[in-house]
Write a protein that binds this ligand. Structure first.
Ligand code: 2HG
Ligand code: ZN
Length: 458
């Protein structure tokens, strides 16, 4: 609990209207998309880096945890205040500060919704490629904290590939600027990259400079239905070994299709076992040849139906289906354990087969879907509470298989709370120790988002 004099000082920093302690408000800021939850002691809505700095100085003096939070759409518990403390919510810092059309950069505050920035820049013929499935709700601050990926990562990369620089408040309260506005800069350590994906444990981002691209002239999308997930996975491996990189290549297995059909009350696949969504972008003449190539590969690898979206409305409809999978799966079973593994694309068929085998052996309902083009498969284990021990064993086996295939246990959701126990499996003792040393050096009092990434900070 925060002492009355601390609450008084917090109210002086952010203004009394931006400090909450009511029980109802605490519930709203207690959970993220994992449905893990823990109540904070208070919530503050700062309006500037100076206010964040004042809060962190106070937190170090009085020793209370501070947990930065975007829109709470995270998938690993990163913004859940698991040790209580003060949640910093960025809904007031939600301005696009600048769009520099000449140099193709934008400067934003952390509370800007990703989809709002995408729309704003597209209206000017520019393009912000990172595209998490939750783009209509998630914030850029959260995207930076987790290094969010999304649907277009296969061609364009992830959040870290578009962030040129940051304004950050360090855990001990100092305000720093990292990176530059230019495409190149090697002035000292790359603090920008260190902070991106640090899950709110090393600093609080208060400004983000992003790189933009020219908006591609044309976009074409196709959907292909396969008898089973094995043949769809073969198509993925073949596409990714070829000369053309699609801008999205998403795989949806039969279980995920059925979940979305129920959720949207719509027949999507006429009973097929898997679906691929493939999208290309670029000059119109090139994308025509590219989409034809992908149609052919899908047919050759066993697709029963291959359909090209006729217009923007049909494209939007396909992406609505894809973006509805995650919410749809919550309606099937009370517990959804979502893993976020990534393997080299040529191993997608192998990991899918391995996951199916693990599901069979443990008698678990496992659904797989996701960004198959970059090998990032969302393995969702849908369980009743009593199946939890079995699911934990299955997860360990899935991770062991991923690491054997030279993959990673998290492609884009982060470690947070849900994967902290497994991180040593991937990074090993010495790398883990190096990470903890960085954390202790920047946050000696373990104020900022304690309990995340590492089971123990010692
Ligand atoms: C997506 O790609 C998200 O839809 C969520 O990353 C994945 O719920 C999930 O497992
Ligand atoms: Zn995803």
């Amino acid at each position: 609990m925060l002492k009355p004099h601390v609450l008084k000082e917090l109210a002086q920093i952010v203004g009394p209207a931006n400090l909450f302690t009511d029980a109802e408000e605490m519930i709203v800021y207690s959970y993220d998309a994992t449905r893990l939850a823990s109540l904070p002691w208070a919530v503050a809505r700062p309006a500037s880096a100076q206010e964040v700095s004042g809060i962190l100085l106070l937190a170090n003096r009085e020793r209370f945890p501070v947990v930065p939070r975007g829109a709470g759409t995270g998938m690993s518990g990163g913004s859940v205040p698991s040790s209580g403390g003060l949640v910093l919510s960025f809904e007031r810092m939600n301005r696009i500060l600048e769009i520099d059309e000449l140099n193709r950069t934008a400067v934003v505050e952390p509370g800007v919704i990703t989809g709002d920035l995408q729309r704003e820049v597209e209206a000017r013929g520019l393009f912000y490629p990172p595209d998490p499935a939750s783009h209509q709700f998630c914030t850029l601050g959260g995207n930076v904290a987790e290094c969010a990926g999304g649907l277009r990562a296969v061609k364009y990369g992830v959040t870290r590939d578009y962030v040129l620089g940051l304004e950050v408040v360090l855990p001990t309260g100092e305000i720093i600027e990292t990176g530059a506005r230019t495409l190149k800069s090697v002035a000292g350590y790359d603090l920008t990259r260190l902070l991106i994906g640090s899950e709110g444990t090393l600093g609080v981002v208060t400004k983000i400079i992003v790189k933009l691209l020219p908006l591609p002239e044309s976009v074409r999308t196709l959907s292909a239905f396969f008898p089973d997930v094995t043949s769809a996975a073969q198509a993925v491996a073949r596409i990714m070994a070829g000369a053309i990189v699609p801008r999205a290549l998403e795989l949806i297995d039969g279980g995920a299709i059925r979940a979305v059909e129920n959720y949207l009350k719509q027949d999507i696949s006429h009973g097929s076992g898997a679906m691929l969504l493939v999208e290309v972008d670029g000059p119109a003449a090139a994308t025509l040849i590219e989409i034809e190539t992908f149609e052919r590969i899908c047919r050759e690898t066993g697709a029963v139906t291959v359909t090209r979206a006729a217009d923007k409305a049909e494209q939007d409809q396909l992406w609505k289906i894809r973006r509805s999978i995650s919410p749809a799966l919550y309606t099937i079973k009370p517990r959804k354990i979502n893993e976020d593994i990534v393997v080299p694309p040529s191993r997608v068929p192998d990991i899918i087969a391995e996951v199916q085998e693990i599901a069979r052996r443990y008698g678990l309902l496992i659904v797989t879907f996701g960004h198959a083009g970059d090998g990032n498969i969302h393995v969702n284990i849908l369980i009743e509470e009593e199946e939890r021990p079995n699911a934990a064993e299955a997860v360990k086996e899935v991770f062991a298989a991923v690491l054997r295939m030279q993959g990673s246990i998290s492609g884009e959701h982060g470690i947070g709370l849900s994967k902290a126990a497994y991180l040593p499996m991937e990074v090993g003792k010495h790398a883990l120790d190096a990470m903890k040393k960085i954390k202790r050096a920047l946050d000696p009092n373990n104020i900022l988002n304690p309990g995340k990434i590492f089971i123990s900070a010692e």
